[in-house]
Design a binder for this molecule. Structure first.
Ligand code: LRH
Ligand code: MN
Length: 424
């Protein structure tokens, strides 16, 4: 869906005065405000192709209607988000859920919406129709070489699709593990998995990266063969300079200190990117910043400290991706809120007085350190995000405008109420 320029301009005109008042008040407190606004504009977040429909659980799935029926319609939906927030300029595809039948046409369609292809995702956690060997007992870890070879082959096919689309990274999340003590030889499972990853690594084009995504549990509930940041780091270090870890915020045990994990992975130069979402219990895949926005701010505070220490480019040197599942919200509204929450956390972290914080840390002035951090966290930066968004050609209030345009109603009338999108 292409948004009419006049409708966009009418929306922005009607919101300008309210915005100007807030922005004028905020910008006077921001050092190097042009630099901060540019960083916000350049910060693009990849939208998962598997999260444009309604998600569900084993207990039920309540489709909302108007869901994309093809990869083309998924690109149109992400294109719509990007027109509204000018911050969703990339797609992360999942294979085989989103096999590009005509890669050239898909690439052209995405380019028409200003979209590029971020990390490709392989899938050896489900058995496809007429698949020779089952992944019931794992894929790269499997005791049978024929199953392991099949999984390696699949990842090589995913790389080929990515090359056709201009992607330059592969995310490997393995559901491999065990659900009962005694079921698995952990060392053999690790070595089989490493061997498989090495074969895939060897097939990576020169400029590609491999992201090894870890997860503490589910669908296995006793051990996961890439179960935490330490195991993922071990694989990435043994694989080589193109291999990195991927931090999915929902893949940690309760109360894990994710910001410390991020700081240390950055220190080792082995942090590859993120799957942003939020959770209260397990891998809940909820809207980013909906449960624990302070944790997200603390993660971005460590990211900026670590990336600036390594002179990394905030916009391009790490993979910024959402991985969420929408059980009760409209998928597109959920994604608009998630992108907004990520940009708010990034902007607040950019406002941290790092010089004063270092000083407080050097003087063990714990109370002052908290004051400095929370002064930034308690800054309402929404006018800054809105200013950057409109300067980039977006709208002041994406969610409001999405509803004003009656996008969901229009999608239901053009696609139908019962359409089901591929994905989780
Ligand atoms: C696993 C995961 C992984 C994806 C899947 C859709 O929980 O986070 O990143 O492959 O969700
Ligand atoms: Mn994930």
């Amino acid at each position: 869906m292409h948004i009419d320029k006049h409708q966009r301009d009418n929306h922005n005109e009607s919101h300008y005065q309210a915005h100007k008042a807030k922005w004028d008040a905020l910008k006077s407190d921001i050092n190097d405000v042009e630099g901060v606004v540019k960083k916000i504009i350049d910060f693009q977040i990849a939208i998962p192709s598997w999260a444009l429909g309604t998600g569900g659980t084993r207990f039920g799935r309540f489709a909302g209607g108007g869901e994309p029926r093809s990869l083309e319609e998924k690109i149109e939906d992400i294109g719509l988000l990007h027109q509204l927030n000018k911050s969703s300029g990339a797609i992360s595809l999942h294979i085989p859920w989103d096999i590009p039948k005509d890669a050239k046409a898909i690439k052209i369609l995405a380019a028409q919406y200003g979209l590029r292809f971020d990390a490709m995702n392989s899938n050896t956690f489900q058995d496809q129709k007429n698949q020779l060997h089952s992944y019931k007992f794992g894929s790269l870890q499997h005791v049978n070489k024929s199953v392991r070879d099949q999984a390696v082959q699949h990842n090589l096919e995913v790389i080929e699709y990515g090359k056709q689309l201009g992607s330059n990274s592969l995310t490997i999340w393995l559901s491999d593990g065990s659900s009962f003590p005694g079921q698995l030889n952990f060392r053999k499972a690790f070595q089989n998995t490493l061997n498989g990853l090495q074969q895939i690594y060897a097939a990576l084009p020169e400029d590609w990266k491999m992201f090894v995504e870890y997860k503490a549990f589910e669908p296995n509930f006793y051990s996961m063969t890439v179960g935490d940041w330490g195991q993922s780091l071990l694989y990435a270090q043994k694989l080589g300079p193109k291999a990195f870890t991927l931090v999915d915020l929902g893949h940690h045990l309760p109360n894990a200190n994710i910001e410390q994990i991020v700081s240390l992975l950055l220190m080792e130069g082995k942090l590859g990117g993120f799957h942003f979402n939020d959770s209260k219990y397990g891998d809940d895949d909820l809207t980013v910043g909906s449960i624990n926005p302070y944790q997200l701010f603390l993660i971005f505070n460590e990211l900026i400290e670590g990336m600036d220490t390594r002179h990394m480019d905030h916009a391009t040197d790490l993979g910024w991706m959402i991985d969420a599942s929408h059980n009760v919200k409209d998928p597109l509204e959920d994604l608009l809120q998630s992108v907004e929450a990520i940009k708010i956390a990034y902007a607040q972290a950019l406002l941290v007085n790092t010089k004063a914080l270092k000083q407080a840390q050097e003087q063990n002035d714990v109370a002052q350190a908290q004051e400095i951090l929370q002064a930034a966290y308690r800054t309402d930066v929404r006018a800054l995000i809105a200013e950057a968004r409109v300067l980039a050609g977006g709208v002041y209030q994406p969610l409001t405008f999405f509803r004003t345009l009656k996008v969901r109603e229009r999608l239901i009338s053009s696609r139908g109420k019962e359409t089901i999108a591929t994905g989780l």
